[in-house]
Design a protein around this ligand. Sequence first.
Ligand SMILES: *Cc1c(COP(=O)(O)O)cnc(C)c1O
Length: 371
Amino acid sequence: MKKIPFFDYPALFRLYQTEFVEAFQSASGRGAFIMQKDLEDFEATLAGYTGARHAIGVADGTMALLIGLRSAGIGPGDEVMVPSHTFVASAAAVHHAGATPVLIDCGEDHLMDVASAAKSITSRTRAIMPVQLNGRVANMDAICALAAERGLTIVEDSCQALGAKFRGKHAGRFGVAGAFSFYPSKTLGCFGDGGAIITDDDVIAESARTLRDHGRGKSGKVETWGYNSRLDNIQAALLNVKFRYYDQEIARRRSIARQYHERLKDIAELRLPPSPDSEPDHFDIFQNYEIEAEDRDGLKAHLQDRGIGTIIQWGGYTIHQFEKLGLGGNVPYTERMTQRYLLLPMNVSVDDEAVAYIGDTIARFYRRENA
Ligand SMILES: *Cc1c(COP(=O)(O)O)cnc(C)c1O
């Protein structure tokens, strides 16, 4: 039996092992650990890649969101709209900024539903946090139009979408600030936690640099209560290696998605993400391949028995279902989806043969063949 893990963590190191070791030796040998040249180089590369004026490395994606929100002036008394189908970190960042997350439904694309957002605006709504989930950017024409009409700030959770575009514009660039995560299983993953903020706004950039380093301004004087939330220089050095292969890795992910689409598109019990290139406005990077499936739990067990690892994002819960956080929310599509959604293996160590085997195994499940 073939064994296809959902994610192969040791492969992250194996892929570019020699270059990683060199980068580690170089930075360590220089004693370059905190806020050194490798971090500056990484920030310059990230800014250049996305087209943003500034990129600021921080400790992780959650802190990128929190620092982005605070730098954008979001705080106590404000409501921020966040989709319910996201990692709890999106809402946690709003909470820790002192504001209140308001949960919004998603649509068939599993991204924020604009009509649900429009209905949830109150006199206290200050911001929208679209979450560019699974490596796809939401329809930002509609979200930006709503924000402009109602005077709302956009802070983007683009933690899953580095390199994804909507109408040629990079994820993270539609609002005043965008957040990225370099958690190991993210498309650009480091060897631990890491994150970054991008922005075109000089004042927000300055604030983010201050907040990530204990509130210390350029002069070294403390100007506000800050955090210890810097991206380690070693992690930046490793990310500089990975960035060289990033476009190549995205191309591979898109090829896997194309193959999944071809193999699964005629199975009526499934809803698939759009195939790459099927929609000219979208350039998706496939952080994940999230399908909806009838008898999802049966399918998951069938795949597991045949050596194929799948996961249900965030354990099968969306944020409105965490009663102890007390958020609630009127999110009917999301509610139904939690019974149906499933992630298939999607990363550069999945080869064409594995995709074929996964496709055949899913097809046999719905034909009720016991092979
Ligand atoms: C990964 C992720 C985050 C947070 O990232 P960390 O680096 O783990 O803090 C936030 N939002 C979404 C949608 C994510 O997938």
